[in-house]
Write a protein that binds this ligand. Sequence first.
Ligand SMILES: [Zn+2]
Length: 73
Amino acid sequence: MVLEEEKMTVSKELLEILACPKCKGDLEYVSDDRGEVLICRPCALVYLVKEGIPVMLIEEALSLEKWETGETV
Ligand SMILES: [Zn+2]
């Protein structure tokens, strides 16, 4: 059985496996017109998804504040 949402390039299965590299917590998937990101609210970090591949690196992550004010990489 394959569960797939067309607009999502990051599968739910993958999302369940992924955790914040900093706090090992759950990530929130957000897809908007700027693209897809995975957000860790406790760390206030936004991990970018590049070409469907989440970049799970703390040093590559944006701060949540910057991301919410519209700043992108
Ligand atoms: Zn975290």
